[in-house]
Design a protein around this ligand. Structure first.
Ligand SMILES: N[C@@H](CCC(=O)N[C@@H](CS)C(=O)NCC(=O)O)C(=O)O
Length: 339
């Protein structure tokens, strides 16, 4: 296994507008973990990732050495496991339950999709963006379509604010799990709300404001202040230009040993089978191909080759929300395997 090395071997591939990337940045900052970042274009193509042989098109991606992690759910889980001293996640099962449900609510559930429906139309005033994001979060990103859906999204988001205000924050606590400092549960809950509050023009003050939801707004302010505190004393992510970041990955060791393929997995795939893997919600045509090295209830990993340096990389994704198909075999015949 690789030692942790400079900047912990971590490179975050992202662009600053991404609220998903912010989840990971906040996590790293609150942990005081050093990392590097390589800024990616807001729209396709993303040549750096293509050089690394990564087909997945969502942002962020995090690499540690030659292990590449897709999706913030897995990225944060891996950071918790790899840097366990001072981890931010809960240990008590009841608290883990809340933390996990918050992740499902915001990442997989209704919150993010409704939040994106409140993006001001000026932000999509570019045919390139509209074309690039077609179908993302179930819409086509034209100004007309956004405007048509805005009222419904606002109703949903208001309901989400109300939910936080009247339940977990109702007793006036500072942090979701009653901790001294923000924990992972706060990150899981706060990110779409923080994003909207900071996104001018997204929340009409007559519907969602500090006046309507004083506890939720105070929580967001506290969270921002806590981040300010840690970032004033800790180094920020070190910015790496593309060629350096690519070289750093392909000249690294793997950060973790190869995993196992679970023989009880419903897909009944064998280790070493050539597969493709892709997210099921959107961007599914961007498929990573490679040799299956890990298939567990929480993770699927393929070994693929970088274009630069023809080096083997392992690309890891969460097991849920991603589909794995044997190359040359259809998804429907696989999903009926073992049934
Ligand atoms: N489930 C993914 C979702 C990531 C996601 O949707 N990210 C947005 C950016 S905030 C994205 O990829 N947008 C399209 C793109 O950048 O190509 C995660 O948790 O990382």
């Amino acid at each position: 296994m690789a030692d942790k090395g400079a900047l912990n071997g971590i490179i975050l591939w992202h662009y600053p507008f991404s609220p998903f990337a912010r989840r990971v940045i906040w996590y790293l900052q609150l942990r005081g973990l050093e990392y590097a970042e390589c800024i990616q274009p807001f729209t396709m193509p993303r040549p750096d990732l293509a050089e690394l042989g990564i087909a997945y098109r969502r942002i962020p991606i995090l690499s540690i050495g030659r292990d590449v992690y897709l999706d913030t759910r897995l990225i944060i889980q891996k950071l918790e496991e790899r840097f366990p001293d001072g981890k931010l996640g809960a240990s008590d099962p009841k608290e883990v339950f809340i933390q996990k449900l918050l992740e499902k609510w915001t990442v997989e559930g209704p919150v993010f999709a409704a939040a994106t429906g409140l993006v001001p139309t000026e932000a999509v005033n570019d045919p390139k963006v509209t074309e690039d994001r077609k179908g993302f979060c179930g819409r086509d990103w034209t100004a007309e379509e956004l405007d048509q859906g805005r009222a419904d999204c606002l109703v949903s988001i208001k309901d989400c604010f109300q939910f936080l205000e009247s339940t977990i924050l109702a007793d006036g606590r500072n942090w979701v799990l009653g901790t001294e400092q923000p924990s992972l549960a706060d990150i899981e809950a706060i990110w779409p709300f923080d994003w909207l509050v900071g996104l001018e023009g997204s929340l009409p003050l007559s519907v969602v404001s500090e006046k309507h939801f004083p506890k939720a707004y105070a929580w967001i302010q506290r969270f921002r202040a806590a981040l300010q505190d840690v970032t004033s004393s800790a180094p920020k992510g070190m910015s790496l230009e593309s060629s350096k970041a690519i070289r750093a990955v392909i000249h690294s060791n793997f950060a973790e040993p190869e995993g196992e393929v679970d023989t009880d997995d419903p897909l009944a795939l064998q280790k070493g089978t050539e597969v493709e893997m892709y997210p099921t919600d959107w961007g599914s045509e961007h498929r990573d191909r490679g040799r299956l090295v890990t298939l567990t209830p929480s993770e699927v990993t393929v070994a693929s080759r970088s274009r630069a340096g023809d080096t083997e990389l392992r690309i890891h994704a969460p097991r849920t929300g991603f589909r794995v198909t044997e190359i040359g075999r259809s998804a429907s015949s696989e999903s009926s395997a073992k049934v």
